[in-house]
Design a protein around this ligand. Structure first.
Ligand code: D8T
Ligand code: MG
Length: 412
């Protein structure tokens, strides 16, 4: 008998949830006996990528090990360590219940916001990998099957001279022609004079003209070859955001991302409703509850959740379902290793309203080496048909790129 139901349930209740699920819902796996599987361990290792990727492994007594990933954040590995006792002994097939269990336990242990949700996300992704392997189905099948066989990837581009329109256009052309992407993103919160007094959030006329010139130069250069989005990282006032969105309207960008700070939903809504340029928001919000408000208030044209931060695969799916009711497409924010990137690909495959997924590591050189499989080809990710997430960590590569002081995962 597992030991962590008490907190979720009336201690006087006659049945534990496991008994209920076994008797009334039938969690038996396709291979039979799946309901008898128990989680035996949870381990993390940090890899020094373009961000510190937090890889998570869930071990089971069936010999099946699942790999997940949490977005980086101070204290995430420690939080996962603290959550370990809440999942050991539990059935890894009860993904939803374990997610709610962790949320509920952690609300008493600190909070269910920020890095706590990030840490839970890493475990949740690993549970999908475990469940897929035990049930012998790819993870997208656990989410209802697929709408598409491949996911479009957009490349987050950088140059040393990020404020030089021609340098940005050169890089856009290179990424399209040499790396094969047909979707790109550039930063637009680049030096335009504004940074001398960033605190007032107001864009001076010359700054608007400079930013519009970057947008014009880049979009003209890759016209008919790529869609281009621009990211502002929560920098401008509502008024400046509207002026900027209007100034670039004629260049028909894919989207303008995070033009205003995240705290004030009314300002966000005002900007989105009063501009034609599509506005994308979402990467720094947590759980369906927070993103739901953005979507229901029609404060976003495109929603951009970060899967290994927002709550994991089913939470992203729930966000996409709310978005779909408002005809809002999903462009998944992603700065992760191949593990969470592929987890997001399974979710993107399983929803109708998927636009694309981000790739943030093209300058790294060894991103794909972390796993044995090929991941991105010609700007697209093929949805894997192997059980679970469908990737195998290359342990030599993990060891080579591990953050100093980390230890490698135990063997299965
Ligand atoms: O959309 C993006 O890729 C950016 O907002 C990155 O997440 C940010 O620079 C990380 O600190
Ligand atoms: Mg962004």
């Amino acid at each position: 008998m597992s030991r962590n139901y008490e907190s979720l349930h009336d201690p006087n209740a006659e049945y534990t949830m496991r008994e209920l699920s076994a008797e009334t819902m039938g969690t038996t796996g396709a291979r039979g006996g799946g309901r008898d599987v128990e989680i035996t361990d949870v381990q993390t290792t940090m890899v020094d990528g373009n961000f510190p990727w937090t890889l998570v492994r869930v071990y089971t007594d069936a010999g099946v090990v699942g790999t997940g990933e949490a977005y980086w954040g101070a204290g995430v590995p420690e939080l996962i360590e603290r959550m370990k006792p809440f999942v050991i002994g539990e059935n890894p097939l009860d993904i939803d219940r374990l997610y709610e269990h962790l949320i509920q336990k952690m609300s008493g242990e600190g909070s269910v916001e920020g890095v706590t949700v990030t840490a839970i996300s890493g475990i949740e992704v690993a549970l999908h990998d475990v469940a897929g392997k035990i049930l012998d189905v790819p993870a997208y099948q656990l989410l209802g099957g697929k709408y598409r066989d491949e996911m479009r990837v957009y490349c987050d581009c950088h140059t040393e001279e990020e404020a030089d329109p021609e340098a940005c256009a050169d890089e856009a052309e290179r990424v399209v022609d040499e790396l094969g992407y047909d979707a790109l993103k550039f930063d637009l919160d680049v030096p335009s004079g504004f940074e001398k007094d960033r605190a007032n959030r107001h864009l001076r006329p010359g700054e608007i003209r400079h930013k519009a010139e970057i947008v014009e130069t880049v979009t003209e250069r890759v016209k008919d070859k790529a869609d281009v989005a621009f990211d502002c990282h929560w920098t401008f006032s509502g008024g400046s955001a509207k002026r900027l969105a209007d100034a670039i309207e004629e260049y028909d960008v894919w989207w303008l991302e995070d033009p205003v700070p995240p705290e004030n939903l009314e300002v966000q809504e005002e900007v989105t409703k009063n501009t034609v340029t599509p506005i994308a928001v979402g990467e720094n919000r947590y759980r369906v509850t927070e993103l739901r408000r953005l979507i229901e208030n029609q404060a976003v044209d495109i929603v951009a959740p970060d899967l290994p931060k927002v709550g994991g695969m089913r939470e992203t799916r729930k966000i996409a379902d709310v978005a779909n009711q408002y005809y809002v497409p999903v462009a998944m924010h992603n700065v992760a290793s191949p593990i969470a990137t592929m987890a997001a690909t399974h979710v993107g495959a399983s929803i109708p309203n998927s636009l694309a997924i981000e790739y943030h590591s093209y300058e790294l050189g060894w991103w794909e080496d972390l796993v044995e499989e090929d991941v991105i080809e010609d700007g697209y990710i093929e949805v894997p048909e192997d059980p679970g997430i469908g990737l195998t960590l290359d342990m030599d590569a993990v060891e080579e790129h591990m953050v100093e002081g980390e230890t490698l995962f135990d063997e299965a």
